[in-house]
Design a protein. Sequence first.
Length: 385
Amino acid sequence: MKKILTFSASIGAGHVSAAEALCQAYQEQFGGEVCHVDFLRYASPKLSKVVEQTYYLMTKRVPSLYRFIYEMEDRPRSLSKKLEVYIGINKYVELIKKFQPDFIISTHFLPAAVVSYMYNRYPIPNGVVLTDYISHQIWVYPHNQLLFVAHAQMKEALKELGVDASRIKVTGIPARPSFKKDVNRTEIKEKLQVYADRPLVLLMSGGNAIGPLTQVLESLKPLRDRLQVVTITGKNRQAYEELQLMIKKLQPTWRVLGFVDNMHDWMAAADLLISKPGGLTVTETLISELPMLIIRPTPGQEDGNTEFLVNSGAGIYIEKVEEISLIIEELLDNPARLLAMRENARHLAKPDATEKILQEIMFFLTNEKAKYWGDDLPFISLPNC
């Protein structure tokens, strides 16, 4: 069985989640050997910490600066494209010599750049999973042979950027297997102790809860007698403690949770999601057939995700947080519209994306020259795989 090396980067949780989904499926369904590496943390832990903190600070405090950088990078020879290839080259060489992969799949553009740059020296078949619903030049490198995208319009956009159509595969974005299980919503609600007589609104804002959760909860208070609200703050302990105090008088129909490992259950039980539109959040929401109200998208890729959901009828963009209660009240009074949004989400969802990507990889390898590795290689310690 072929060995697959997956690269991600902890700049936004979605890249890691997509890589983990691929690894789990390859092991469980294909019985293959796989190694997942958070490339930036592996190559330079200190630099990774700085980049992660800068990303979250910029998207939370100075989103206009992030938009400027995003737009500046939407060109073939941007500055970051020139710099990215030098991050972790030595570590990359060590890793591939030890693991000797038959295929490399990247769920972040940074390792994809390194793989492409080193291809002439190490011609390992490889591909890239675009983890948003918009194409961007920063994902395009000459020696990434396969590009996996979420929908057909992204393929057309990549073709306009000069990518050969045969390299682009419309598969969807990988999601954790737990999201694909058939569920009984009534049983899930009972397990989660969700009231059957009130619609459930799920509120979150990424793994670090960097969005306007306090303002959203304030705006929902006029609907306190019609809704139950569960807010998930992820790894943001400060937000968890602050919001717990805020809703103290609204319990038990309003709850605040920290990190959860059963997001699939909460999405299955919910009637409506209020969230930032991260790529993996959108993917999981569509698989869960859950209507989405979009708040405070990060400029750039999340603008593209927002446009995709709104144009497809599966989401509503909330420009002003103060308008949320009015929009939700309109939806509650018009259940046919909520049902239509659920149907649109179901049509957009690609729950088999993980398997399709792996099948494309296997097909590609059977039609490519085999890559043979020599035996005279030094022992090099691998990260935990």
